[in-house]
Design a protein around this ligand. Structure first.
Ligand code: HEM
Length: 216
């Protein structure tokens, strides 16, 4: 993992230097040339941000897509609804996929002040874990939380994190990727389905899939 991180850092250093002198309309050029209060990002900040974007934007969306193929296979009635009216259901289905898959399992936070949550007293400075998969099955928030419903409305899920300064920066891109992938898949291969159990990624942090056999 460290080696992969170092490789990514090296790529960004090289690309960052090149884009400083040869800017185009892309995210690297924007980042290397941006100035906030007349300060530019350091090489280290640039590299960390790049590694964050690559990791945060990759495993999450990929996991959501793998989960959705398996889930839609297990819920043929929901898949039939999507095939029947994809454009009408795309928006709600995409969010239901993220709620159901909860690709990120947890984030840790440090309390900035004392807080009582559901009768539990928490103190400033304490570390807490937010379990998104638990929040996404909260029976006080969701009607029938253990039902996969591609038309679920409302669906105030926490798959992209809770509202606040750290809310997923890529949520719009992720939604778009999931929607486009299913639009194309269902048009090209409507019979696509998984043919076995997914091989689960060994991780407490990402609810990921290593392999999923499929057919169409
Ligand atoms: C289905 C796909 C995705 C899921 C489930 C997901 C989930 C999350 C979650 C749970 C957080 C933490 C929010 C919090 O701490 O409150 C997060 C943060 C973040 N995500 Fe995503 N994400 C997805 C796709 C993406 C994509 C495509 C990108 C970018 C290309 C991205 C970039 C980020 C970044 C940069 C942060 C950190 C934001 C911050 O701390 O200020 N994510 N994401």
């Amino acid at each position: 993992m460290l080696e992969a991180g170092a490789t990514l850092t090296g790529i960004m250093e090289e690309l960052g230097k090149y884009r400083r002198d040869n800017p185009i309309d892309d995210i690297t050029s924007a980042l290397v040339n941006a100035e906030i209060e007349s300060e530019k990002l350091t090489q280290q900040e640039l590299a960390s941000f790049f590694v964050l974007l690559v990791a945060a934007g990759n495993e999450t969306t990929r996991s959501a897509l793998a989960h959705s193929l398996h889930t839609l296979t297990q819920h043929p009635d929901q898949k039939a609804r999507l095939v029947e009216d994809f454009e009408g259901l795309a928006k709600t289905a995409t969010d239901e996929i993220v709620r159901w898959a909860s690709p990120v399992i947890w984030m840790r936070r440090t309390l900035s002040r004392d807080y009582t949550l559901s009768g539990v007293d928490l103190k400033a400075g304490e570390k807490v874990l937010l379990f998104y998969n638990s929040a996404n099955r909260d029976e006080d928030v969701f009607e029938d939380p253990d039902v996969f419903d591609v038309g679920r409305t409302p669906n105030e899920h926490f798959g992209f994190g809770a509202p606040g300064p750290h809310f997923c920066l890529g949520s719009h891109l992720a939604r778009e990727e999931i929607t486009v992938m299913w639009r194309k898949l269902l048009a090209a291969a409507p019979s696509i389905h998984s043919t076995g159990e997914p091989a689960q990624l060994v991780s407490s942090f990402v609810n990921g899939t290593k392999r999923l056999p499929y057919s169409f």
